[in-house]
Design a protein around this ligand. Structure first.
Ligand SMILES: [Mn+2]
Length: 356
């Protein structure tokens, strides 16, 4: 329905913005889908005569994603403050519909394109917006543009193999190894596979864990609290670089047969960082997050989600400055449990609660 000619519009918008350099700013911690989509977007820009830089603010947190960037030699620049963005005229977002909130986007930087598969808090205003929910990955949308006619991939085209390999891996990881892939994802993967490098794909796909991430999964299991089919677990403090151990622990706990929804949280730098995973159709992660954590003072939700997963980030403010880690963690635990109990009332009565 109406997607067939989107590529022509994207071509028109990109071709009409050749006067200033573009930046593709990745939101959150870059993952294979955002990296693959950024490479796809950069490739389109370059073939249409536009220079584009892939940038990120937060570190690449999973060991396997760092391996992917290294193996594919992905050109990415780490931005530390908004001055770094001053040299660019146009902003493109891939796999996100809001620009990364930990960096201030200069007024002079114009949002040009948004391509994403997540449910947006608000529909972004930009000359080109393509947000779809019938795909499991943003890379699927970019593959479709090329398959339909926008700079099609070719077997001997420059770095086409690197880009196709990254995009394929993005679809693979975002769909949980195709378990949650839609017909569109399979179609895109089939298209990209012919241009991908099988050897690189198999090396990139090898999942590795850092010691700290494995330790965090252990902490989550020790802390696990189960209320009927709901589970909650804290991992304590975790370094920003291993932040993805939190969703990783949530994925792992969800494998337990009697649990269908899980929240795992920890302290990352100066904030509470948490992930929700669910198998139950009646649980809407976005609504769960909204009901539990609400909005910040600027009306932005602390959490969000899509069909089967969600996350939240709550800044600790000055409280984070304490040297008393033990008290801080007890406080964080108490806050998260109280908030989650708004949605899972029985959590309030469960025995693990301090002082019961
Ligand atoms: Mn994605």
């Amino acid at each position: 329905m109406g997607h067939a000619d989107r590529w022509q519009e994207l071509e028109r918008v990109l071709s009409g913005a050749t006067d200033k350099p573009h930046v593709i700013l990745l939101g959150g911690h870059p993952d294979p889908d955002s990296i693959g989509s950024a490479l796809a977007h950069k490739r389109l820009c370059e073939r249409l005569g536009v220079s584009a830089t892939i940038a990120h603010v937060l570190p690449i947190s999973r060991a396997e994603n760092r391996a992917m960037v290294k193996l594919l030699n992905v050109p990415m620049v780490k931005m530390t403050d908004s001055d770094d963005l001053e040299t660019f005229g146009y902003l493109s977002l891939v796999d996100a519909s809001q620009s990364e909130q930990t960096i201030k986007v200069p007024e002079s930087l114009q949002l040009l394109t948004v391509v994403d598969h997540h449910r947006p808090a608000a529909i972004p205003k930009a000359p080109f917006v393509d947000i779809r929910h019938d795909v499991g990955a943003t890379a699927t949308i970019y593959a479709e543009y090329s398959e339909r006619g926008l700079v099609p991939f070719s077997a001997n085209g420059n770095d086409d193999s690197v880009v196709a390999t990254a995009m394929f891996f993005g679809i693979q990881t975002d769909t949980d190894d195709f378990a949650f892939a839609t017909p569109n994802d399979f179609r895109a993967a089939a298209y990209l596979k012919q241009f991908s490098d099988a050897e690189t794909l198999s090396r990139v796909g090898r999942r590795t864990l850092t010691a700290e991430a494995m330790e965090a999964v252990g902490s989550a299991l020790r802390d696990l609290e189960v209320v009927r089919d709901f589970a909650i677990a804290g991992v304590g403090r975790i370094s920003a670089i291993n932040r993805d151990a939190i969703p990783m622990a949530a994925d792992y706990i969800l494998r337990r047969e009697d649990i269908d929804t899980v929240v795992v949280y920890g302290i990352v730098e100066d904030r509470i960082d948490g992930s929700l995973r669910t198998r139950r159709a009646s649980v809407d992660p976005a609504a769960f997050m909204q009901n539990a954590f609400g909005d910040d003072s600027q009306g932005r939700p602390y959490g969000g989600g899509r069909a089967d997963m969600g996350g939240f980030r709550v800044p600790l403010g000055m409280v984070a400055e304490t040297d008393d880690e033990e008290t801080l963690w007890a406080l964080v635990k108490d806050i998260v449990r109280q908030r989650v109990a708004r949605v899972v009332p029985d959590l309030d009565k469960s025995d693990k609660r301090k002082g019961d």
